[in-house]
Design a protein around this ligand. Structure first.
Ligand code: AHM
Ligand code: MG
Length: 336
């Protein structure tokens, strides 16, 4: 019976990645190994996040605990876990983390072909009140691992090979795209494996939710103000949209992906580039949105076409359902 098959034939994330790689005859298994190290990092962070209060993992970096050892804040700890797991995979070359000012160039003896950009624990200001947080990542291929340079990661998002995020929420979910659609995996804690639970995710063409920090409204530009006004007081007789804003990008984008709607972190006259970082926030989420049939726009261009010049660069971002993003695009075009 198919019901039995569903219970016994488990599509783990490793099996899924292996299947996808088998479509590329030149694949040597490197990507699969890279992914399994990345997944290990996510499992570690998930476990640490779940017992954050108990294990007294929360606390300021630099604080000392009763044993006199330094306590690490969860975001610092998560960063170390990812850097070590990715470096030791032997498949990476350059790592860019939100937590590290400089890019990490992997020791030549351990170098592989992939560059990984990531935010190890995004939304970490939410940890203390138990709100969902996440890890975001994007993967590029280096041109020549013996001549790796920052240029290899200062590439537009359309050059990414894969992108995804892990949500540490009411369940732990990993959402991944390797460039042929988007798939969602849920961690089965008893198995310690991510199992495919959301195959081929497609974002609804139009949504009923908008997601933005409206406290910044007085500093917004015209198109953003008009757009949000229209969400609340639609001129075409349709119902107003609902507002949902967690303040944790992974949670807000995940809801947008599954339910539809729009997530925006616009420019404002205090932060003309918005808040979110191009390499490890804007690009991976834009990649996923496009792969799921949605769109991502910076206010000027398709987000994935932006060419970053600095690894921690920021950009305004509007992403989500195709039709909703189309609306904000039209407002910016009018303005220009
Ligand atoms: P962080 O990297 O300091 O955690 O900030 C990133 C977070 C995102 O997860 C979220 O979308 C955004 O900041 C919320 O910002 P704001 O509090 O300005 O609304
Ligand atoms: Mg962040």
């Amino acid at each position: 019976h198919s019901a039995d098959a569903q219970r016994t034939d488990l599509m783990t994330i490793t099996r899924h990645v292996l299947n996808e790689q088998s479509k590329h005859p030149e694949a040597r298994g490197d990507f699969t190994i890279l992914m399994s190290n990345l997944v290990l990092g996510c499992k570690f962070v998930c476990s640490a996040v779940n017992k954050a209060g108990l294990a007294k993992l929360i606390g300021l970096a630099g604080d000392t605990n009763v044993q006199g050892e330094e306590q690490k804040k969860l975001d610092v700890l998560s960063n170390e876990v990812f850097v070590k797991a990715l470096t030791s995979s032997g498949r990476t070359c350059i790592l860019v983390s939100e937590e590290d000012e400089e890019a990490t160039f992997v020791d030549p003896s351990l170098r592989g072909r992939y560059c990984v950009v990531f935010d190890p624990l995004d939304g970490s200001s939410n940890i203390d009140c138990g709100v969902s947080i996440g890890t975001i990542f994007g993967i590029y291929m280096v041109r020549d691992k013996n001549e790796a340079s920052l240029y290899d990661v200062l590439q537009p998002g359309n050059q990414m090979l894969a992108a995804g995020y892990c949500l540490y929420g009411s369940s732990c979910m990993l959402v991944l795209s390797t460039g042929s659609g988007v798939n969602g995996f849920t961690l089965d804690p008893s198995l310690g494996e991510f199992i495919l639970t959301h195959p081929d995710i497609k974002i609804p063409k139009k949504g009923k939710i908008y997601s933005v920090n409206e406290g910044n409204a007085q500093n917004w530009d015209e198109p953003t103000s008009k757009y949000v006004e229209n969400c609340k007081y639609p001129k075409d007789g349709s119902s107003p949209k609902s507002l949902r804003y967690v303040g944790s990008m992974v949670a807000d984008v995940h809801r947008t992906l599954l339910y539809g709607g729009i997530f925006l972190y616009p420019a404002d006259n205090k932060s003309p580039d918005g808040k979110l970082r191009v390499l490890y926030e804007v690009f991976p989420m834009s990649f996923l949105m496009e792969q799921a049939g949605g769109q991502a726009f910076t206010g000027k261009q398709r987000a994935l076409d932006l060419v970053p010049t600095k690894i921690h660069q920021r950009s305004p971002i509007f992403l989500g359902s195709y039709d909703d993003v189309e609306e904000i695009k039209a407002l910016y075009v009018k303005e220009a």
